[in-house]
Ligand binder design. Structure first.
Ligand code: FAD
Length: 279
């Protein structure tokens, strides 16, 4: 593969929505760019049995406008809320996952689903669960010369619902905090749940104690308040221009509350449209 032949000095180029800004700032200066836009068959959304498959070069806008992707409404929430239309028209799901930006939206939304990353390199193909794929900020298990080929998402069972919510200062900036919730309901009881927090740690954080506050229990004001408090404790934010650490903890807990509400309503079959919440 060309990428391996050219070695460390080469970088694959997808939509350029992270790489080009980094190059403009001289934070990345690859000697060679390998333009994946010329590789056929890398942009697709396919539904097979209970799995959705997204080719690495599938643009955020294509997912936003896909009826197939709407089978998992949280995917639509995420795709439609990324930056502005220009970024969504160029940026790709594969590039986002490979970039592993701690403020990126995809890794957070996908962390609440049964999701795998298909990789391809000189040694052939392999599949890595998303939870093992991103190991740190801007760090993945991709080997030199290896590419993301596709993202696979299992369509959740009936009776489940999810939501992804981001809080932003404006459209074309990354979120100040975000939360994804995916749960399965049995009448008023939450049978299973996954909760992930974004922009409040080096990677997406699975809020396990917040999940435990809901799993096997009725979704009540009290259990939601316990989940919020647990999410607040799980967050590990840094103060920056988007706000203090305390502000982000409060924000992420509030997002978890709202996302639980939408997820429960969707699990019950209600059509609920959500989008980013602006400051
Ligand atoms: C103004 C602005 C606002 C933005 N706001 C948001 C936001 O709110 N939320 C959000 O999530 N994102 C945001 N983004 C980023 C955007 O979502 C990008 O799509 C995303 O970062 C990935 O970029 P890309 O797909 O264009 O990949 P590129 O920029 O082309 O590549 C990104 C990195 O991944 C590598 N790469 C690309 N494809 C592959 C592959 N298939 N296999 C292996 N490595 C690969 C590249 O070498 C590079 O290191 C924003 C970007 C801009 C410019």
């Amino acid at each position: 593969m060309l990428l391996s032949q050219l070695g460390d000095e080469a970088r694959p180029l997808a939509g350029g929505q992270s790489l080009i800004p980094l190059m403009k700032l001289r934070l990345a200066s690859p000697a060679h760019l390998i333009d994946l836009n010329f590789v056929p068959g890398t942009s697709y959304i396919k539904g097979e049995a209970d799995t959705l498959r997204f080719g690495a070069m599938t643009r955020h806008a294509e997912i936003e406008n896909s009826e197939l992707a709407r089978k998992v409404p949280l995917l639509h929430d995420c795709a439609a809320g990324i930056a502005d239309v220009q970024v969504r028209n160029r940026g790709t799901i594969g590039g986002s996952v490979a970039e592993a930006d701690p403020s990126g939206d995809w890794a957070v939304a996908l962390a609440t689903l049964d999701c795998e990353v298909g990789c391809i390199g000189n040694n052939g193909e392999r599949t890595v669960p998303l939870g093992d794929f991103i190991t740190d900020a801007y760090t993945t298990v991709l080997e030199p010369g290896e590419l993301v080929k596709e993202i696979k998402v299992k369509v959740p069972a009936k009776g489940s619902g999810g939501a992804y919510l981001a809080y932003k200062r404006a459209a074309p900036v990354y979120a100040s905090a975000s939360a994804a919730v995916h749960l399965t309901m049995d009448k008023d009881v939450c049978k299973d749940v996954a909760i992930a927090l974004g922009c409040v740690g080096l990677t997406a954080i699975r809020a396990k104690e917040a999940e435990a506050a809901l799993r096997g229990r009725a979704v009540t004001e009290k259990s939601v308040a316990t989940a919020m408090e647990a999410a607040r404790s799980a967050a590990d934010p840094q103060a920056d221009m988007r706000g203090s650490a305390e502000y982000k903890r409060t924000l992420v807990a509030a997002l978890v509350k709202r996302a639980i509400d939408v997820a429960v309503r969707r699990a019950r079959g209600e059509q609920v449209e959500v989008g980013p919440i602006y400051a």
